[in-house]
Unconditional design. Structure first.
Length: 289
C-alpha cells in the first residue's frame, strides 16, 4: 500500500490540496483567467460608443436609456447609431427620433444603415449629424399604414355574432368584425394622413429637404443606398469603417476607444438579426406602421 501511495502521490496530492482549498483555487483561477484574457486596450476609458437599433421598433425603453447615458457621459464624445430595422410603431419611433435629436445637440451622432433603415427606423435617424448607408442597404419607406380585416363572413359561417355597447360614433372604427362604414374609413384616413404629414415634415426639417418634393423622397418609396443619396435621404454610401472614421473626424478624437457592448446585448442582437434576415426576404416587412 505504501508503494502505491507513493506511486500515485503526484496525482492525489494536488487533488487533496484542491479539496481543502477550493475557494482559494477558484479565486486564483478566475484571477489568472482575467489577467490572461484582458487586453490592455480594454482597460482604457471608452470615448466613442455604438448604439444598435435592431429589429421591429415596439418597446424602446432600453435603447432610450443607452441614449440618455451616452448623452450624460462626458467621456463619450460621439455615438454611432447602427441601424438594421424595418421600423415599427409610431410612438416609439418618434420617441427615438427626438431622443437622437437631443443627443446630437450635445455630441455628434452618425447613423449607419447596415441593412434596412426604413420607415420608423429612418425616422429615428433623421436628426443625426450624418447618415451613412451600406451600399447594399435599403432606405426609405416613408409612409404610414393602418391595417385590419373584415371577418364578418367567417363569423357568419361559424355562427358567431358580436354584441356591442358603445358611446361615440367612431368608437368602433377599425373593428374587424364587420365592414367599416364610409364615415369610419374617413376617420381612420384622417389619423393616417395626420401621422404621415408629421413624418414627412420632420424628415424635411431633419434632412434639410424641400417638403414640396415629398413625392420624390417620401410617398413610401423604397430606395437602394445610392438612390437614397440622390434624393437626399443619406449623406454617404460606404461601409461601417467609413462611418466610424467620419465620427472620429467630427469628434476630433485622436485615439478612438470604442465602448465594448455587453455580452448579453450581443447575444440579443444576434437573435434579432436572425429575425431581420427573415423580414428582408419580404418587402412587406418594410411597411413599418
Amino acid at each position: 500500500m505504501n508503494f502505491l501511495s507513493k506511486l500515485f502521490l503526484p496525482i492525489t496530492a494536488p487533488i487533496r490540496f484542491i479539496q481543502h482549498n477550493f475557494k482559494t483555487v477558484l479565486f486564483l483561477t478566475i484571477l489568472f483567467y482575467i489577467a490572461q484574457s484582458t487586453n490592455p486596450k480594454d482597460m482604457q476609458q471608452p470615448n466613442l460608443e455604438v448604439i444598435e437599433l435592431n429589429g421591429p421598433i415596439m418597446i424602446v425603453d432600453e435603447i432610450l436609456e443607452k441614449i440618455e447615458k451616452a448623452k450624460n457621459d462626458p467621456k463619450i464624445k460621439g455615438v454611432l447609431l447602427k441601424v438594421n430595422s424595418p421600423g415599427g410603431a409610431v410612438a416609439p419611433s418618434v420617441e427615438l427620433a427626438y431622443a437622437i435629436k437631443q443627443l446630437n445637440e450635445v455630441k455628434p451622432v452618425v447613423a449607419y444603415a447596415s441593412g434596412i433603415m426604413a420607415s420608423g427606423s429612418y425616422y429615428a435617424s433623421i436628426w443625426s449629424s450624418h447618415i451613412v448607408a451600406n451600399p447594399g442597404s435599403m432606405i426609405g419607406s416613408i409612409g404610414v399604414i393602418m391595417q385590419s380585416f373584415d371577418a364578418s363572413k367567417l363569423l357568419d359561417t361559424i355562427g358567431v355574432k358580436t354584441q356591442t355597447v358603445k358611446m361615440g360614433e367612431y368608437k368602433e372604427a377599425g373593428t374587424p368584425t364587420r365592414r367599416w362604414t364610409k364615415q369610419e374609413r374617413e376617420e381612420l384616413e384622417k389619423i393616417t394622413k395626420g401621422t404621415y404629414d408629421l413624418f414627412v415634415k420632420d424628415v424635411a426639417n431633419g434632412r434639410g429637404l424641400d417638403i414640396k418634393d415629398q413625392k420624390q423622397f417620401a410617398n413610401a418609396h423604397i430606395f437602394t443606398a445610392s438612390q437614397a443619396k440622390q434624393v437626399g435621404l443619406v449623406d454617404y454610401v460606404d461601409t461601417i469603417g467609413f462611418a466610424k472614421l467620419l465620427l472620429q473626424k467630427i469628434t476630433k478624437v485622436e485615439k478612438p476607444v470604442w465602448a465594448k457592448p455587453n455580452k448579453m446585448d450581443k447575444l440579443m442582437a444576434k437573435m434579432l438579426n436572425s429575425t431581420i434576415s427573415n423580414i428582408t426576404t419580404n418587402l412587406n416587412g418594410l411597411m413599418a406602421y
